[in-house]
Every structure is written in structure tokens, then in C-alpha cells.
Design a protein around this ligand. Structure first.
Ligand SMILES: [Zn+2]
Length: 358
């Protein structure tokens, strides 16, 4: 805690955002390169895909009783892709891949792939994800590993493991939840938000683990970010912070943190949400939080995060927070005023170098 303010400011100036190794989906820039695509994201189709969308006669029809804007998960044999409904297949997505769709034509659905390719997928090759109250988003994946611990534990695998346990914990509590990613593959920010938008959940949480702490702390240095203009998002972030810190504090560790750890916000130059996952979710009316549960780059915390019981503790904490968000009016705790961060966001979360999981 010594030299807390000065050290914090210096660190803020010198270092990038947390969880920065490997860039990643929480770091979509506030720069102009992405502005046009993002500002047009007002529907479930994630905006920027219109240039690749062929002219079709597709209409929104009912698919097995659900509106034709939803989410499909590819089946055990994967799913065939075609450039037009009923056309020749040109490729496949592998089993278990989550895609949003915005139209159905006959036995084909127009989907947005994990790499944001707009294409057609054979309906019989997938199952429709039912509507859920909660969508969870395991950060990073594929060749975007996210932060990596000194022992080699990657954020992408850890985030996925915790999300899988959280989905199960929520199910046990009577809350249906879905995940934007089910195995180790890249998913762009646009596709993650499109999945959430298509499922219209009451809440969307992007799960991460952190990097680049300011220094030691007497307890977990969890951070949760909320959408600056959403009181619901703020309450969500406060509840997640409260539960995760309490859930992790029982484990002995040499904890580290940023000096402004807590439930907080980060804004871009325009005063909007800095992190793309929060900004784009807000644009489509989805209440969201980005949670940095612990520091995977800290050897002491990395050792904990390899343990099943610690991963379960994180998942149980997330599930408790989400149930409280859905069923109570508890306000949450841990709200802090963040110190200014000036380092631009790094790459990640976009389509560059993204290869759909075949
Ligand atoms: Zn991350």
C-alpha cells in the first residue's frame, strides 16, 4: 500500500490495461478504426457484416417454435457451410461451435461464424440454444491466449474452465445459462456480442483473469468493469466483485492488485465504455460486466488457479452473484474510482488472423 497514489499513477502511465498479454477481447480499441463497425451494431447481426452478405430472399421465420434470430451449437459431426441456402457446401465448422443466426431459409440458417464470416449453415447439423437468462463469455481462445502465467497457465483455458463450472452451478440453482465459446478457438468481439444479443439474456458476463498488477494487496485483487451508463450493469459488477473476493479470500496466497481494484469503469475518449465487449453490448441493449477474477500472472495465484477447488470457488461466486442479481435488489459493493489509464488498447478481438474452427 506504500506510495499508493503515486505508484498507481506511474504504473497507469507506464503499463497497459490489465490482462494484456496477447491482447484480447476486452481490449477493443476506442480508436477510429473500429468506430464505424461498432456504431452500426444496432441489431443482432453485429453490424459490420453487411458487405459479405449475399442478396437473398431469406425471411425471418419460426425455427422449432423460436424466433429466427437466435443461437445454434454445431452437432457432434460439425456443421456444413454454404454460400447460399441449399447451395454447394464449401466447408464445415467443427462440433460444439456456437454461432448466432439472423435468418432461416428452408433448412439453412444465415449465421455469423466465430470469425465474423456471414454464411449459411445447415440447420440439421446444429441444435438451437434455448433462451437463457445468463450468457457467459470465456475471454480469449485459439491463437489469442490472453494473459499467461509464469508456469504456462493461459487465460483462455482458465476462463473456459471457470465458465463451464459457472454454467453448471447456475443450472443447479435453477438458472439457465449459455456460453459464447465451448472449446479452444478464436471468437471475435463482434461474434461474442452477437451471440448475447441473439439470446437476449438478462445479463452477460465476460470472464477474464488479470495481468500487470501494481503491487501486493492484503486479499484478492479482483476487478469488475461495468457499463458506464447502466445502473443495472453497475449493480452487477458490484455483486460479482463482492462474491468473488469473498469466495477467493479463503485461500492463502500472496495476492496482488491494481491500487484501484474494485468494481469500476473505464471510458474512452468519447465518454463511452472503453472495453469493446461492454460498449457493443450496451449498443444492443444487453446488461454486461467484464470480470477480472484474479491475477494469473502472479505465481502464487497461478498455483491456486490450477486447482479444481479454486476454479469451483470462482464459479460458485459468479453463480451466487448472478442469482442475487436476478432475484434480489442487492446493490453490490467495492465501487472504486479508477485512476486514469492512458495506454491504448492492444490488438485482439478482431477478425485479423482469425480462422474459423473447422
Ligand atoms: Zn483477458
Amino acid at each position: 500500500m506504500r506510495g499508493r497514489v503515486v505508484a498507481g499513477l506511474l504504473t497507469a502511465l507506464m503499463m497497459g490495461a490489465s490482462c494484456s498479454s496477447g491482447g484480447g477481447d476486452k481490449r477493443a480499441a476506442s480508436t477510429t478504426t473500429t468506430a464505424s463497425a461498432e456504431s452500426s451494431t444496432t441489431t443482432t447481426t453485429a453490424g459490420s457484416s453487411t458487405s459479405t452478405t449475399p442478396a437473398t430472399t431469406a425471411t425471418t421465420v419460426e425455427l422449432a417454435g423460436t424466433p429466427a434470430a437466435g443461437v445454434l451449437v454445431t452437432g457432434p459431426g460439425g456443421a456444413a457451410l454454404a454460400r447460399e441456402p441449399g447451395g454447394a457446401t464449401y466447408g464445415r465448422l467443427r462440433a460444439g461451435v456456437v454461432v448466432s443466426y439472423d435468418a432461416v431459409d428452408g433448412s439453412w440458417a444465415r449465421v455469423l461464424t466465430p470469425c465474423e464470416n456471414r454464411t449459411w449453415l445447415r440447420l440439421s447439423d446444429g441444435r438451437a440454444e434455448p433462451k437463457v437468462e445468463v450468457v457467459l463469455d470465456p475471454g480469449h481462445g485459439g491463437n489469442e491466449p490472453g494473459a499467461t502465467g509464469p508456469g504456462g497457465l493461459t487465460e483462455k483455458e482458465l476462463n473456459l474452465a471457470v465458465v463451464e463450472r459457472t454454467v453448471a452451478a447456475l443450472k443447479a440453482a435453477g438458472v439457465d445459462a449459455a456460453s459464447t465459446r465451448t472449446s479452444d478457438y478464436r471468437v471475435t468481439l463482434g461474434s461474442r456480442v452477437a451471440i448475447a444479443a441473439a439470446l437476449r439474456p438478462r445479463v452477460f458476463v465476460s470472464v477474464h483473469h488479470n495481468a500487470e498488477p501494481d503491487g501486493p494487496r492484503d486479499g484478492p485483487g479482483s476487478e469488475t468493469y461495468y457499463q458506464i451508463r447502466s445502473p443495472d450493469s453497475k449493480r452487477l459488477a458490484g455483486l460479482i466483485y463482492e462474491e468473488v473476493v469473498e469466495g477467493l479470500a479463503v485461500f492463502p496466497a500472496q495476492w496482488v492488485a491494481d491500487t484501484d481494484a474494485g468494481a469500476k469503469y473505464r471510458t474512452n475518449d468519447a465518454g463511452g465504455d472503453y472495453y469493446g465487449i461492454l460498449r457493443r453490448s450496451a449498443e444492443v441493449g444487453v446488461v454486461a460486466s467484464l470480470a477480472e477474477l484474479a491475477f494469473v500472472t502472479n505465481p502464487s495465484e497461478e498455483a491456486l488457479l490450477r486447482r479444481d477447488d479454486v476454479r469451483q470457488a470462482e464459479a460458485d461466486a459468479l453463480a451466487r452473484a448472478l442469482v442475487r442479481f436476478l432475484r434480489t435488489e442487492d446493490p453490490g459493493t467495492g465501487f472504486t474510482v479508477p485512476y486514469p489509464r492512458v495506454t491504448p488498447a492492444g490488438p485482439g478481438g478482431g477478425t485479423t488472423g482469425c480462422v474459423d474452427p473447422a
